[in-house]
Design a protein around this ligand. Sequence first.
Ligand code: DGJ
Length: 729
Amino acid sequence: MQIKFHEESRLFQLDSKNSTYAFQINEGGYLVHLYYGKKLSSLQGLEKNAFRGVYDSLSPQNPYVDDPYFSLDIAPLEFPCNGAGDFRISALSVRGEKGDTVTDMHYVSHRILSGKPGLSGLPAAFGEEGKAQTLEIELTDKVTGVRAFLLYTVFADFDVITRSARLENGGQSPVDLERAYSACLELPGMGFDCIHLHGRWAKENTAVRHPLQHGLQGIQSKRGMTGPNHNPFMALAAQGAGEESGEVYGLNLIYSGNFAIDMEVDDRGVTRVLAGINPADFRWRLEPGEVFTTPEVVLAYSNEGLGGMSRTFHKFYIEHLMRSAWAKKKRPLLINSWEAAFFDFDDEKLVEFAKAAKDLGIEMLVMDDGWFGDRHDDFRALGDWQVNEEKLKGGLQSLIKRVNDLGVSFGIWYEPEMINPDSDLYRAHPDWAVCAPGREKSLSRHQCVLDMTRKDVRDNIFQQMYDVISQNNIEYIKWDCNRHISEAASLSLPPERQGEFFHRYVLGVYDLMDRITTAFPHILLENCSSGGGRFDPGMLYYSPQIWASDNTDAIERLSIQFGASLCYPASSMGAHVSANTRTDISTRAAVAMWGTFGYELDPRLLTEEEKEAVRAQVADYHKYYDLTHYGDLYRLNTPTENPHFCDWMFVSPDKSEALYTRVIMRRPGKVYQVQRLQGLDPDRLYKDEETGEVYAGGVLMQAGLDLSARQWADLGDGTCVVKHFTAQP
Ligand code: DGJ
């Protein structure tokens, strides 16, 4: 890791282990991007890269650069601004006191810091001295007086650069930020495929890949939350790059609200990528002296294809993003009551669940929705976070004691951001539900969103949660969020600040999460938003695991988990074995093993045979815990591209063991089934623990593992093959 400033050429060089990122201050004080890619041993000649394309007579010449061929319209820029001659998408647009939006930022100074500073009010990657180094560059706009501080952090052990911007009004009058992206990535040319994750409820994170085209393209959320529709992730893969080869640039935004990843391929065939807060429905008033901080973007570079990029993200998030003590601590194997009981439970039923679960080796019972207020269905009571003692006779303390006495720990469900109109909280504070003045509220799942921009609202919810959690032995919280925001406005904001609503909402959620996790650091927080509707790095900062989907069908889960694995580690993916019987219970377990692993079924209804299977799965969970939680993931056959199989494997960092899984989605016509493995040491011998057969790593990776012999007997639709390989001394 090294950040260097070459005085003579005024060139910044940011080196990670395998990548170099370089840009230069030109004579006009603009930051001109030069290079991002495989590590360079010398930068000799790189400055030529500042000139991109032939000057176009329609492009404005720049008054600050004494070169008739220089135009902002064609220059590759680190932080492109609006209105001063660059007609492409811009990272920053400020409306000044005179009403125009011309924004023209020039270099003032820079400093290099050891470690990584935090971002005020926002989740962000962390890294202490020796692990990270940060470059802060100050720019200013001379007319509005707005200053931009661009932050670039390079990490010692990862091919990762994080970027964000701090904007300060150093002028005398208020200004409005109308676009405030976090980072810009200028790519050489347009020969890239764009890979992103789209979806919907119960079908999150489906990966798609398509070539870039001329013009604008991108993904966004305007839902107030990230949403399952698009994940704030994008990979730009050089055409021809595959799972394990080729150059890939990954971008992931540490943000849980309205985001945008925008791309523009201009008339020269050059690509600009912006990532940050969605400018739609955004406008932020900055009074003189006020500061605005953009969320952080994580840039990962790989020249080992998508697989290399994913492994970088996975380890980076465990080491530098998940701040919970649970990031690297063994998680309890849990059973959740939702699919087993929905709203229909009482203390007796839960204790029976705990008893049956204990008998199977399960370690924690999570009581899902339905334990509070008058909650018997999803029409009422959100906001009334007092224990329903008609259901839980004797109260929560008594229930938890009975569960704990069985040797089972206890977790609980909350949906802190929501309120039902049929609730005591709503009756007392109808104005706390988000709604624009004069509008009807559109309900979703019979509920409204609480105005999290308001401190009084957050204080109330915090206090209600605090009262329950502090008085009970609760060791886990599932934080749910089951609707998006319409009629967005806050009664506490003046008209000229309503454009701040969506971002203030997210800041409010982060504040509440911060208060809860700070007050109860021992608690394992699992995020959820109707499944994986808010599966993003912002949430990972607080909750090291996120329920990946309400869809617990093992076949459907394959594309969901495959997609999520592009940037999120297995240890973060909430995955349970449910009672969904399309596949055998062993296949359901094999798929859930690629995640946090747990159960989502009524344990009392299992047959003796299923109970035996579950006991074996529990043993496997412990046996393979380190491998699946900290091992390197290799995706071999993706379910979105291969209609028959889905194959993946985890390899321990020292390559001494590997867990290979194949799920047969639809049995193929062909008998020949040889699968090449990945990630092993070619020079070591590996034993198949099931058969005792020994193979050279190179044979398994080059000639492949022959599964043909098993085909017709064992490999029917919905079945799986799981193989544990151990390196021989
Ligand atoms: C949606 C979640 O995704 C489910 O797991 C469950 O917690 C329900 N909400 C409860 O209402």
